[in-house]
Design a protein around this ligand. Structure first.
Ligand code: PLP
Length: 356
């Protein structure tokens, strides 16, 4: 018995999710909030952790944390809530819930790579529909045609989209929800960096679910995502959730952090202001095309055939961003930079200017 004979061929064909080595580098590759907590908060947090009974299993339902999330994220009262170990786990849980031979998971491309990977994990067919090449908006006609042809069980729309950073037009999203025979999941991982959301419209469509995560808000290390939607759906997906997927330290820490939500709100405002500055500075560089962003990162295109070289030059200067050049035909010579602290953004701009 060998992996070749036992492991499913579609799994063997997958490359593992790649995370770049970042030690010693200015890290602007993963949409992390660059700010730590104020020191005065740390003592209170550590005091809260002191009482955690690590010899016991975590609370299987995390009721305190759920109540906190309902308030802080203004969840509609008639909606149900399922917690995931990051929203990555929720994508997996959604796919597991509907997977069957021939069932299709559909998403626009370029998009979040985990949709495609998880479709493969669970044995679903994956269909990627190209975005419009000029501005990465939804190609509504192509999406509706693909939905009619493939009758997807699951459609994922990241709102705003990663890696392009733009917010899809609400009327295009509505048309897709109305046309999809299965579930449409709006992935609002970047909700903090935009004022647009479908949260208050969850009840309007029988097949609409919504995901959020605290990762991009500033708690990526805790691994906590939430799935929100009508109770009949969530009751089924809750059965697939492993009983203790949200560990005790995460439950206590996330509840504590969100009780001080104003700290994250202030950091987010700072990041949003710095995003505007970074966008403007990038656009002023010769040959750089900057795409609009409603998230905490910026996608930009370098002069033709310069993407790989500039990415390497930045790395040599100690700055790690994301090279998307090979990720999609639509992203040739495209790089993605996370909005960091002002001095990190400056170091990035200085290095890029020098390399150009
Ligand atoms: C980062 C990201 C996620 C994953 O979030 P986690 O909660 O950290 O697993 C999901 N969707 C999109 C679009 C993302 O960019």
């Amino acid at each position: 018995m060998t992996p070749d004979s036992l492991i499913r061929p579609e799994l063997r064909a997958l490359s593992p999710y790649h995370v770049s080595e970042s030690s010693g580098l200015i890290k602007l590759d993963a949409m992390e909030n660059p700010y730590a907590w104020p020191v005065e908060l740390l003592d209170d947090w550590l005091a809260a952790l002191r009482d955690v009974a690590l010899n016991r299993y975590p609370h299987p339902q995390a009721p305190a944390l759920k109540a906190r999330l309902r308030t802080v994220m203004d969840l509609p009262t008639d909606c149900e809530l399922v917690l995931g170990n990051g929203s990555d786990e929720l994508i997996q849980l959604l796919a597991l819930g509907v997977a069957a031979p021939g069932r299709v998971l559909l998403a626009p491309e370029p998009g979040f790579v985990m949709y495609r990977m998880i479709a493969r994990f669970v044995g679903m067919d994956y269909v990627g529909v190209p975005l419009n090449a000029t501005d990465f908006s939804l190609d509504t006609e192509a999406m509706l045609a693909a939905i009619a042809q493939h009758q997807p069980a699951l459609v994922f729309l990241a709102y705003p989209n990663n890696p392009t950073g733009n917010l899809f037009a609400a009327d295009a999203v509505e048309a897709i929800i109305a046309a999809t025979p299965g579930l449409v999941v709006l992935d609002e991982a970047y909700f903090a960096f935009t004022d647009a959301s479908f949260m208050q419209r969850l009840g309007d469509y029988p097949n609409l679910l919504l995901m959020r995560t605290v990762s991009k808000l500033g708690l990526a290390g805790l691994r906590l995502g939430l799935l929100v939607g009508p109770k009949p759906w969530l009751t089924e997906f809750e059965k697939l959730r492993l009983p203790y997927n949200i560990n005790s330290l995460t439950q206590i820490s996330a509840d504590f952090a969100l009780a001080h939500h104003e700290i994250f709100a202030a950091q987010v405002q700072r990041i949003r202001a710095d995003r505007a500055d970074l966008q403007q500075a990038l656009a002023a560089l010769p040959g750089i095309t900057v795409y609009p962003s409603a998230a905490n990162f910026i996608l930009f295109r370098t002069p033709a055939c310069q993407g790989d070289r500039l990415f390497q030059a930045l790395l040599k200067a100690g700055i790690l961003i994301k090279n998307l050049s090979a990720a999609s035909a639509l992203l040739q010579d495209c790089l993605r930079v996370t909005v960091g602290r002002p001095e990190e953004n400056q170091a990035f701009l200085t290095a890029l200017r020098a390399a150009l």
